[in-house]
Write a protein that binds this ligand. Structure first.
Ligand SMILES: C[S@@+](CC[C@H](N)C(=O)[O-])C[C@H]1O[C@@H](n2cnc3c(N)ncnc32)[C@H](O)[C@@H]1O
Length: 195
């Protein structure tokens, strides 16, 4: 696992357009170590995992490597990034890549949706929660200035509630199927955020 993740990290840094981080120590901290902090949080919830807006593959690739019994889907809107992500599919039996937007995917399908640096938190909430089935959770990596009340208000409108989590995460438990009217059509979540 370590050797694979080292090769992946080097490739992300070396491939134009995947990360602005050029310093290897910064890249390791943000793309790898921070992603691995989520493995324990994810393992508390069952079922297949989707990484929404995976970019160069974080947190999805580190999670797939550290949780080999879980199917991990990397969902990414940009085709060029998906080509990079697909090159890692042969290396991890539990990894698959889907090119597409969160708002256009089947709903109530995954046990867990994870997202890191996807969008402002209320927008990330709106994109992630429809993908999660009732009883599952959306797990967001959040910066220290994130407004948890806005996250909670958005989650409540998406049939979810925030539950306890380690610092740096919001864990949102889906309590019922995706409400009618969601996902809203592409572009609306950013233009008229829920909170
Ligand atoms: C800032 S990057 C973060 C990438 C990665 N998660 C990370 O932490 O480095 C956000 C990514 O989300 C993708 N994205 C934005 N909106 C999306 C959507 N609605 N559905 C799927 N992917 C989306 C973008 O193409 C971009 O690659």
């Amino acid at each position: 696992m370590t050797e694979l993740l080292e090769r992946w990290l080097e490739a992300v840094i070396a491939t134009p357009g995947l990360t602005a981080l050029r310093d290897p120590a910064d890249a390791r901290r943000v793309l790898l170590d921070d992603a691995l902090r989520g493995a324990e949080v994810v393992s508390a919830w069952d079922g297949p995992v989707v990484d929404v807006g995976s970019g160069g593959g974080t947190p999805g690739i580190p999670l797939a490597a550290s949780l080999p019994d879980r199917e991990v889907t990397l969902l990414e809107a940009e085709r060029r990034k998906c080509e990079f992500l697909r090159s890692w599919e042969p290396e991890l039996a539990n990894l698959r890549v889907v090119w597409g937007r969160a708002e256009e995917q089947p709903v109530d399908a995954f046990g867990v949706a994870v997202a890191k640096a996807l969008a402002p938190p209320p927008v990330a909430v709106e994109w992630c929660l429809p993908l999660v089935r009732p009883g599952g959770a959306a797990i967001l990596w959040l910066g220290p200035s994130a407004d948890l009340e806005r996250v909670e208000r958005a989650a409540e409108q998406m049939a979810a509630r925030r539950v306890d989590s380690p610092p740096g995460f919001a864990v949102l438990e889906k309590t019922a199927p995706t409400p009618p009217g969601f996902p809203r059509r592409t572009g609306v979540a950013r233009k008229r955020p829920l909170a």
